[in-house]
Every structure is written in C-alpha cells, then in structure tokens.
Ligand binder design. Structure first.
Ligand code: OGA
Ligand code: MN
Length: 297
C-alpha cells in the first residue's frame, strides 16, 4: 500500500496511512517518516496494532530504546517488559488499579505537561505510544508545538531564555501531583538533569522552548524566581492555540518528537481500563556538558 501523509494542522500533527508495522521501516519508508516527523512533530499511524515485538522493532529502527526508570531501579515488578512504559491503569494481573493506589497516584503525573524522560541527561528523541484499550469518553492525549511557542514568545522573553539551563527531575513532576512517597534508593536513583530552556532542533534548525513539569529550577537563579519563570513559560506554552488534542481509536500508534513537543494525558473514569504502551528512543547525547549547552543535540 502506498504511504500517504495528511496534515491535520499547518505544520503540526499529521496522519500517516499505509505504513505496516509487520516489519520495521527501512529505506524510503523510514526516510519519509523521518521527514514527516521533522515537519509535523506528531504523527498518527492508524490501524497499526503492533504486537509487542513489532512495537519494539519499529521503535528500534529510529535508535536505541530507553529502559523505563522503574525497571532501572529494579524494585517494582512490572506488567510488561522493561523497554515499555506501561501507560495503563492496570496492575500486575491486568486488573484495574485502585485510583488511590501508590502506582495510580504516581502515574497521575502523566496528566501534567511534559517531555518524556527530560529527567534524564540524554532526555529522549521519539516516543511511540500504542493505544490498546481506550475509554469511550475522556483519556485524550494533548500535544503542544514548542516550535510555534518559541516563535510566538515576546522578544524580551526569548532573550531571558537564551543560554539558560533548567534542571529537570522526576521528583519535581511527582511533587506537583502531591506524590512524595519515594524511598531513599529511588531518590538517589533519579538524577537531576540539565537541559537548555531554548533548544535548536537539529533536524530542522528551528528553535523550540523546552519546558515541562519535570523542569524544577534554573541554574544561577534562586529557586523561587527560577521556578516562577518556568511556570510562566509553561503557562504561555499551553495556551489553547498551541494545543492539538487527540481522541484515540484502538490500534493507533502515535509517534512524537520530545525535543519539540510536550504532551499530557487527560482524565477519564479510572474504573474503566485505559491500556497503552510506549517505547522511547534515546536522545542523541547530553544537551549540557560541564555547564555548557552542547549545540546540535
Ligand atoms: C506517555 C504519556 C499520556 C497519556 O505515554 O508518555 O505521557 O495520554 N501519555 O496517557
Ligand atoms: Mn509522556
């Protein structure tokens, strides 16, 4: 089947039809997907319905996959293999997690705006989220175009962002949902990772604002002022005009570029199953080395 790309916005969000997940994309198909993700930042593949193996192989075609932080700390038993983020409200036995359970509370942070794995030094490049069982109402995923956000920022704010480094941590986003229940080991395992607040996307050369709920403070600013500035930037970025909301159909896979997109899940009736899984391609390198921003990452 021929591939077709239907933009859903001007240069943000497109539907890509005719891509089979039965085998990983090679040659021209992969090249077209890379061009499309560079142009649109978020791609929806309908009727993909990959098996676990197909999902892994598809992601690996674009780079090395990250292991999830819960599998790295090795403490929590997992429902699915370590390369998958378990984006579901299911327990180890496939039953719906009680909404007040520790795990459900922790996962609630997915409903805050974020860029996947920005709490890691290499952050991440692409995410591939597969929708398996979706609620009839609610549970949408929303995306913000951080390239458009940068372009729209007032000149003075752009200048205030230039050269600034924010420190990202998983503990910061969990704190925002009132989750403090970390063991000493978990606390030690989660790193504080520096990333530039203004980032140039290497694939397209456009500047993007890089913020989200893992961003905790700014190097060289006192904690309160830095956090206030990050909050203001996030508030600006998440205006209606920059958001694209997606209502899931089972079998879809959505690919997005974490270097220029933030996203969040929307609430749903948590007594109903919402089951998705994600693979995440590692970033091309650390964005900051010895306190200096590395260009081209
Ligand atoms: C993710 C994520 C949001 C959602 O998979 O990385 O943040 O809609 N998902 O659950
Ligand atoms: Mn996410």
């Amino acid at each position: 089947m021929d591939m077709s790309i239907e933009p859903l916005g001007k240069d943000f969000f497109a539907r890509v039809c005719g891509v089979s997940f039965k085998s990983p994309p090679l040659g021209g198909v992969k090249k077209t997907i890379v061009e499309a993700i560079n142009k649109y930042s978020v791609l929806v593949f309908p009727n993909a319905a990959p098996t676990e193996e197909e999902h892994l192989a598809f992601g690996r075609a674009f780079g090395e996959l990250q292991l999830t932080s819960s599998s790295l700390s090795g403490k929590r038993k997992r429902r699915i293999r370590p390369e998958f983020a378990d984006v579901s409200n299911l327990d180890l036995n496939g039953r719906v997690l009680p909404a007040d359970s520790r795990l459900a509370h922790n996962k609630h942070a997915n409903q805050l705006w974020h860029s996947d794995a920005s709490f890691r030094k290499t952050s991440s490049k692409f995410s591939f989220l597969a929708g398996i069982k979706l609620p009839r109402s609610g549970g949408e995923t929303e995306f913000v175009d951080l390239r458009a956000v940068w372009d729209a920022l007032p000149e003075k704010t752009k200048q205030k962002c230039e050269g600034k480094i924010a420190i990202h941590s998983l503990l910061a986003s969990r704190r925002r949902v009132g989750f403090h229940d970390f063991s000493e080991e978990e606390r030690a395992a989660y790193s504080y990772s520096p990333h530039p607040v203004a980032r140039v996307h290497p694939g397209i050369g456009r500047k993007c604002l890089f913020v989200g709920s893992h961003a905790d403070f700014i190097v060289g600013k006192d904690e309160v002022t830095g956090r206030q500035f990050l909050d203001e930037l996030l508030e600006f970025a998440t205006q209606e005009r920059f958001i694209c909301s997606h209502k899931w159909t089972p079998g879809e896979v959505i690919m997005w570029d974490n270097r220029c997109v933030i996203h969040r899940g929307r609430p749903w009736d948590m007594s109903v199953i919402r089951e998705m899984r994600r693979v995440t391609v590692d970033g091309d390198g650390t964005t900051v080395v010895d306190g200096s921003i590395v260009p081209g990452i």
